[in-house]
Design a protein around this ligand. Sequence first.
Ligand code: HEC
Length: 306
Amino acid sequence: MTKILITSAILIMHVGISSAASSNKVENVYDNLGLLLLGGLALFVIIAAGITIIKILDAMVRDRQGENQVDLDVAKAESTPASEPLWRSLYRQATKAVPVSREKEILLDHDYDGIKELDNNLPPWWLAMFYVTIVWGVLYFGYYHLTDYGMSSHEAYTAEMAAAAQEVAAFRSTQTVMVDETNVTTMDSEADLAKGKQIYDINCVVCHLDNGAGLVGPNLTDEYWINGGSIQDIFSTIKYGVPEKGMIAWSAQIKPDDMQRVASYVMTLQGTNPPNGKAPEGEKYVPESESTAPTTDEDKEDTETI
Ligand code: HEC
């Protein structure tokens, strides 16, 4: 009887949990807790009702067992007045409370400095909560750790992090304005370079000339750079300018991705060797991939120190 009750309660809960689990997992991890709590309570009520029914049936059977039970029944009748309501008799059975006059019967035989212990039952409400927590623990562990229904905190964390990483990636892909001197790369598509040339023609020609030969500003076609010749250096010179030398900071007028385009366009001017180019200024720029090869500079230094 009890078994049937428990099995059916578990079945009811199982159906509830599966339907809750079929919806989106990440969002509903915490919603399901409420459902589980409800299920646990339902289970508890069902079990309690089952036990009560069993006890009542048991009492009825005993009633019919006739003469040989008379003694027992009399003893029972003494302690159980007929008028006693059901809930009180249930409570009394659960606590097995003994009147103070009969406490001697349940006194345990130890005595610690005059402190003695009665062999009382645990309070039924406490015991009930204790069992509920055990059932709860088993269900919880099964639901979140053994089956695929619920996610453990670790799984939920991983899933949320993955979702967030995706969102960040999606956001990044829409944010071309996030280009700066630390992550800028050379653009080589014709469209970008054409746009770069357009920006150059509008803003830069007055000082650098249309072919980059240089006028007020230095020659942009040779290998010599005052502020460095990598894409990062050029981007940075355009963005922040060299105000004290007459090269203004363009960040207020040109968007980052357009500065990237014009910087990439400036790099295409390398080696075009226009007529009447301004004399080289600054240091010869050697791209990093090649800078390890020649040892001549070091040799020179050696001879100089000797
Ligand atoms: C008002 C004149 C002027 C304008 C306009 C101007 N520049 Fe310059 N630019 C200069 C000067 C002067 C320098 C030299 C700065 C220095 O000595 O450090 C320079 C330096 C540079 C450098 C660095 C060269 C090196 O050797 O390090 C780059 C790259 C450059 N300009 C690109 C541009 C671009 C791109 C534009 C248009 C968006 C532009 N400039 C507009 C005057 C100008």
